[in-house]
Design a protein around this ligand. Structure first.
Ligand SMILES: N[C@@H](CCC(=O)N[C@@H](CS)C(=O)NCC(=O)O)C(=O)O
Length: 212
């Protein structure tokens, strides 16, 4: 299989974590892809032109991170990251996946302002998107109160990778974007999430890199 991804450190992390968990690294060839490059032919595999996109061995493509995670989760015999299909728990796991994936997407939307000349930054757009990041973190902190001792699931995998990405880039982004506070620390006021994130930070699922 080929995985088309953006070679920004941390960006492809959730797919990597699922690949690590599932033990599938040998079956996947990472293909660096720049979706914002005019000449990029990603649209031939995925009309939406988004990464990640996974090209299966039969040539068919899967796109949308959560779709790819679900497919990869079907390929291993370990406890399933998506839980038991159809169970109440599985829907709550998917809700957390959607939340953590959305957190990441809204953070990226804030970051996209950096592509515009600084004086035309739309403060209202930055504020509106940023508040969603903050509220998603608050909800994940409430969810994390139940995560201690629970088996790793896809909501947690996406939460861990999204939060790490925010922590890694918020300060840098604030230097490029009007109205973004670079002193923001997602750990402050979110003790359950902080403790849980630290507990998994050095786990090979999250530290083994597929994409160079
Ligand atoms: N959460 C979504 C995000 C997909 C997404 O928007 N990826 C961005 C990463 S830069 C992209 O490819 N954008 C290309 C574009 O907006 O044209 C997923 O996991 O599929």
């Amino acid at each position: 299989m080929k995985l088309r991804y953006t070679p920004i450190k941390g960006y492809v992390h959730a797919v990597e974590a699922v690949i690590n968990y599932a033990g599938l690294a040998r079956r996947i060839r990472p293909v660096p892809t720049q979706p914002f490059d005019e000449a990029c032919d990603l649209w031939k595999d995925n009309p939406l032109g988004t990464v990640p996109t996974l090209i299966l061995n039969n040539g068919k493509a899967l796109y949308g991170g959560p779709v790819i995670y679900a497919y990869l989760d079907s390929l291993h015999d370990r406890p399933k990251l998506f839980g038991r299909p159809g169970s109440a728990a599985s829907f709550d796991i998917m809700r957390q996946l959607y939340l953590a994936d959305g957190l990441f997407d809204f953070f990226v939307r804030v970051g996209r302002e950096a592509n515009e000349p600084k004086k035309t930054h739309r403060r209202h757009t930055v504020t509106r998107n940023w508040i969603k990041v903050v509220r998603a973190l608050d909800q994940l902190n409430r969810d994390a109160e139940d995560w201690t001792g629970s088996r790793l699931h896809i909501g947690q995998v996406r939460a861990h990778t999204s939060i790490s990405f925010v922590g890694k880039y918020v300060q840098l982004m604030s230097t490029m974007i009007n109205g973004l506070d670079g002193s923001f620390d997602w750990r402050k006021g979110r003790p359950a999430l902080r403790k849980w994130h630290a507990r998994w930070a050095e786990h090979p699922v999250f530290t083994t890199n597929l994409a160079k």
